[in-house]
Design a protein around this ligand. Structure first.
Ligand code: GSH
Length: 154
């Protein structure tokens, strides 16, 4: 039952959670693209002001910071600060063979916390709501890393 294969339910849990998070991370870039197209601006690089088929009417204001677009970039950055840690700690968790119930609580809990964080950020909930979901996800990854360390050292 142990090991990196589909007969190990802990690995299956990790594979499902990790794949969902890949989709979240990749999708976030597309949300930024969608938002830039919607407002016709929110660009960050001066060369984006060149006239092209995608930007037939370039103007300097397109480089102004736009919260609608920038919010998606901040969400993306926050994902990048949190999700890679999960991929690594989660993979190491599979190797140290935790109980299935614990792996499912932690891994699906992390996915749920990140989805909730994204919804809170995108819909402009209060800082405390967003921070709560961030904290849950962050503590899960920290717990997983400590669990692995404990299993390896003792
Ligand atoms: N790089 C983050 C920051 O500067 O805020 C580190 C702390 C963090 O991730 N905080 C959470 C967050 O959503 C809860 S307040 N930060 C907003 C962000 O990263 O854009």
């Amino acid at each position: 039952m142990d090991g990196i294969n589909l007969s190990n339910p802990v690995f299956v849990t990790y594979a499902i959670a990790s794949s969902l998070l890949v989709l979240k991370l990749m999708g976030q870039g597309w949300m930024t693209v969608y938002r830039m197209m919607r407002v016709d601006g929110g660009f960050v690089s001066p060369e984006d002001l060149r006239k092209t088929p995608l930007n037939p009417n370039p103007r300097p204001q397109q480089l102004d910071t736009d919260d609608y677009v920038d919010r998606s970039r901040r969400m993306h950055r926050n994902d990048l600060e949190n999700i890679p840690g999960f991929w690594m700690a989660g993979f190491l968790m599979v190797i140290v063979s935790p109980p299935l119930w614990l792996a499912q609580c932690l891994m699906y809990g992390f996915v749920a916390a990140r989805v909730a964080h994204a919804l809170a950020y995108a819909t402009k909930q209060t800082h405390d709501v967003r921070a709560t979901f961030y904290t849950i996800g962050s503590l899960i990854v920290i717990f997983m890393a400590l669990y692995v360390l404990w299993a390896v050292l003792f």
